[in-house]
Design a protein around this ligand. Structure first.
Ligand code: PLP
Length: 487
């Protein structure tokens, strides 16, 4: 080869991808691996028994010089990777919020990878763009929101909330998009309100948006962990009196620790009166809105400016998939739309998803959501969500009847919070509950996680995996009974 055309002296590029026949064989095997995994996940402990660093220590320090056969790579996947993940697809996973990468969702995710579409513009992804708009509208109908809401898909609720609060900041008319925040003598400190139970993604949003953590008001909640509207109103009035500029309220339907529900109707009233953007974080519990009898918890959400719900939490869509609904899509575009020369296209009247948030490139997430909704149907999804709520009520009743346990919060959805009946000092109670949790989790059949309420340790059992059945609940109760019994 003439070195002038190959200055690095490298060998000429080999032909393209791996052979199609090898790809086909690998995909068939991957399908078998995935099906065996879903069908047999209970052979694993939910949390792998692996020490930090052990996985890296088992991998070659340097990358392979030459390509390796897919068969060998899949062998290593089975040996090194699959056993060493925390098994979120395990029916005993009840920590944080239980989720499911359902089979139809996995098919959608796989085919999206094959298409490898970047749906930044309608032109670069006509079907992905229109399917995203359409499937978000299906979901809107399923959760009973009015047609004024338009949805689009982000990776996570953290990003959906960030986008919503950026739109709130812009809608305040302070010209932040153009002039920024720094060095502006004309700008008072901005303030955002949420309850003391709201998710840390609200803090992340205000720190990212230049509002500042000290200007996030964590309004106190009542004995059921619901934001107190009187405290919210008092905080807003105090800020106005001090010359600060309130811009948004974040209400939560389904808080992370207890799944409590902020009282939306009075919060809506305050938002209207004070002319503040109202964002509803229904990342987990939004899925429950598909069941009409559970919509009582969401009355008022239809008056919000934005709502986030995560199909990757309790709607059986593989991570990641978060839908942000906004009442005024134009406001989102006014906040984010920016079209450089190299992204100008001829089509008019189309949605270019890049206009709706920070990111340009976008994965084709609508495909898996479409497949999940079609494969289970609305009635099928409702039945599954109801089934999880019923299991949670059963667990709650058992705990409530246990002489050594207390239920520590209402159970509006599928998560039960509990602890040992108080004995000893606060620290002793915490240690006892931590030890109880460790005994429940130790055999690996179940994985529950802790939180703190009023500063004291509480255990959460979050039911939400598609494969969790009444039989698993029965076994959890046996496990709990053994773990609680005095030694
Ligand atoms: N909001 C609530 C109420 C949550 O419980 C969570 C996570 O559990 C989030 C937001 C953040 O979700 P994500 O991981 O999609 O950013």
């Amino acid at each position: 080869m003439d070195p002038s055309t190959n200055p690095a002296g490298a060998s000429p590029a080999p032909d393209g991808d791996i052979p199609i026949a090898e790809f086909r064989a690998a995909m068939h095997r991957a399908a078998d691996i995935a099906a065996d995994y879903l069908g047999g996940v209970e052979r694993y402990p939910v949390v792998p028994r692996v020490s930090p660093g052990a996985i890296r220590a088992s991998l070659p320090a340097a990358p392979p010089r030459d390509g390796e056969p897919m068969a060998a790579i899949l062998d290593d996947y089975l040996r090194l990777i699959e056993p060493n993940v925390t098994h979120w697809n395990h029916p005993g996973f009840m920590a944080y919020f239980a989720i499911t990468g359902s089979a139809p969702g996995i098919v959608g995710e796989t085919l999206a990878a094959a298409l490898n579409v970047n749906a930044m513009l309608w032109k670069t992804g006509p079907a992905p763009t229109e399917l995203e708009e359409h499937v978000c509208d299906w979901l809107r109908q399923m959760v009973g929101l009015p047609p004024t809401f338009a949805g689009h898909i982000n990776d996570t609720a953290s990003i959906s909330t960030l986008i919503a609060l950026a739109a709130a900041r812009e809608s305040a008319g302070l010209g932040v998009r153009q002039h920024g925040l720094s060095g502006r003598a004309d700008l008072p400190p901005l303030a955002v309100y949420c309850s003391d139970q709201a998710h840390s993604s609200v803090d992340k949003s205000v720190l990212t948006l230049g509002i500042g953590l000290e200007n996030l008001r964590r309004v106190s909640s009542d004995e059921d962990y619901r934001m107190r509207p009187d405290a919210l109103q008092a905080a807003i009035s105090a800020d106005r009196a001090a010359g600060r500029r309130p811009i948004a309220i974040v209400a939560t339907v389904g808080t992370t620790s207890t799944t409590s529900v902020d009282p939306l109707p009075p919060i809506v009233e305050i938002a209207r009166r004070e002319r503040l953007w109202l964002h509803v974080d229904a990342a987990y519990a939004g899925a429950a809105m598909i069941c009409p009898e559970l919509r009582t918890h969401f009355v008022g959400a239809e008056a919000a400016d934005s709502i986030v719900l995560n199909p990757h939490k309790w709607l059986f869509v593989p991570v990641d998939c978060s839908v942000l609904y906004v009442r005024d899509l134009a406001q989102l575009k006014r906040t984010f739309s920016l079209v450089p020369d190299y992204l100008v296209t001829a089509e008019s009247g189309v949605t270019n998803l890049m206009d709706l948030g920070v990111q340009l490139g976008r994965r084709f997430r609508a495909l898996k959501l479409w497949m999940v909704i079609r494969a289970f149907g609305v009635a099928g999804l409702q039945a599954r969500v109801r089934g999880h709520c019923a299991l949670a009520q059963e667990l709650r009743r058992w705990i409530a009847g246990h002489p050594r346990l207390d239920v520590t919060a209402p159970t509006p959805f599928s998560t039960v919070c509990f602890r040992l009946k108080p004995a000893g000092t606060g620290e002793e109670q915490d240690r006892a509950n931590e030890a109880l949790l460790a005994r429940v989790n130790q055999p690996g059949e179940f994985f529950l996680s802790p939180t703190r309420l009023y500063g004291r340790v509480v255990i959460r059992a979050a039911i939400g995996n598609l494969r969790t059945t009444r039989e698993h609940l029965r076994r959890l109760i046996v496990r709990l009974e053994a773990a609680v019994a005095p030694s």
